[in-house]
Design a protein around this ligand. Structure first.
Ligand code: F6P
Length: 341
């Protein structure tokens, strides 16, 4: 049997541990594995590399992906499906493990319906994929943000300042809520709830009246005011129809300073959140996902995605994972609110 593996979409810590786990499981079974380079782009261009014990040696703690990634959508390319099918055949692949978020797994779902044997592994720092409790990459991202919030606390306190921290997460507030709770944020803004600047400033002012001289506000890049318009870095859409979010932090910082009179600074964490070595939790989750993905291939359970349900790794239909975005559980936001102000 010959198996292909690819990583698509935005990278995140934990991709290499999945690749390693798939390859180690396959080698134990004498199955050949090839890595398709740069996501679906590699399958369109027949760009690949053999994956053996040597190529996966030492990659467990490494962030990013040894295979490279892209946001290429084969269904948006002329004859994309035909080219993918032809290359699948020419590479003599029996199956393909696609490691990605909603876009990459959306393509894996369609390819399965179009007759190719695919299995999905859910990754994203945003934790916004349905049908799994957690994606790998998320734990690393929130730990990075938590550490940054800890660092911002000391400088905020020294200067009597408000610190606004803009975090990633696209249209879901998971990163903001988890890192904000873990970092002891004094206010958290998420895409699921429109921003009420007056309420935010009241809360900060009350806090300062009771003797606190600084505050930390965590804002998700996808948060919006009542008119619901998103802050974007450019209008261009990628091949999956996404805009590049970002910029809410600056506007919010100015508003807070204007309304409260407190000196305010803004930190945009950006891609720092996706870089570096995965946490132990993500390494273990990614490894468990990779081993399970190979098991699904071996058992010919195609069109499925590996998923974490409670403490168990299970298989769910790929379609279920990409049906709807998993937005923040608002019970968590209610909990965070106890600590506002
Ligand atoms: O989906 C992961 C993510 O990091 C989002 O949180 C963010 O909005 C986006 O990717 C950034 O994408 P890019 O790497 O293309 O700038």
């Amino acid at each position: 049997m010959k198996l292909g593996v690819l990583t698509g979409g935005g990278d995140c810590p934990g991709l290499n541990p999945v690749i390693r786990a798939v390859v180690r499981s396959a080698i134990n079974d004498e199955t050949e594995v090839v890595g398709i380079k740069n996501g679906w782009k590699g399958l369109l261009e027949k760009d690949y590399m053999p994956l053996d014990l040597r190529s996966i040696s030492g990659i467990l703690p490494k962030g990013g992906t040894i295979l490279g990634t892209s946001r290429t959508n084969p269904y948006k390319k002329e004859n994309g499906l035909e080219i993918v099918k032809k290359n699948f055949k020419e590479l003599k692949l029996n199956a393909l493990v696609a490691i990605g978020g909603e876009d990459t797994l959306g393509v894996a779902t369609k390819l399965f319906k179009d007759g190719l044997y695919t299995v999905g592994v859910p990754k994203t720092i945003d934790n916004d994929l349905g049908a799994t409790d957690f994606t790998f990459g998320f734990d690393t991202a929130i730990n990075i943000v938590m550490e940054c919030i800890d660092r911002l606390h000391t400088t905020a306190e020294s200067h009597n300042r408000i610190m606004v921290v803009e975090v990633m997460g696209r249209h879901a507030g998971w990163i903001a809520a988890y890192s904000g709770i873990a970092g002891g944020a004094d206010y958290i803004l998420v895409p699921e709830i429109p921003i009420d600047v007056d309420e935010l400033c009241d809360s900060i002012q009350k806090r300062h009246k009771r003797g606190k001289n600084f505050s930390i506000v965590v804002v998700s890049e996808g948060a919006a005011f009542n008119d619901a318009s998103l802050f974007t870095q450019e209008q261009k859409l990628d091949e999956f129809g996404h805009v590049r979010l970002g910029g809410i932090g600056d506007t919010l910082g100015k508003l807070i300073e204007e309304k409260t009179g407190y000196e305010t600074r803004v930190t945009v964490l950006g891609h720092i959140q996706r870089g570096g070595s995965p946490t132990a939790f993500d390494r273990v989750l990614a490894t468990r996902f990779g081993v399970k993905a190979y098991e699904l291939v071996k058992n010919k359970e195609f069109g499925k995605m590996v998923s974490l349900k409670g403490t168990e790794i299970v298989a769910v239909p790929l379609e279920e994972a990409t049906k709807a975005l998993k937005t923040l559980d608002l019970r968590l936001y209610d909990l965070a609110k106890i600590f506002f102000g």
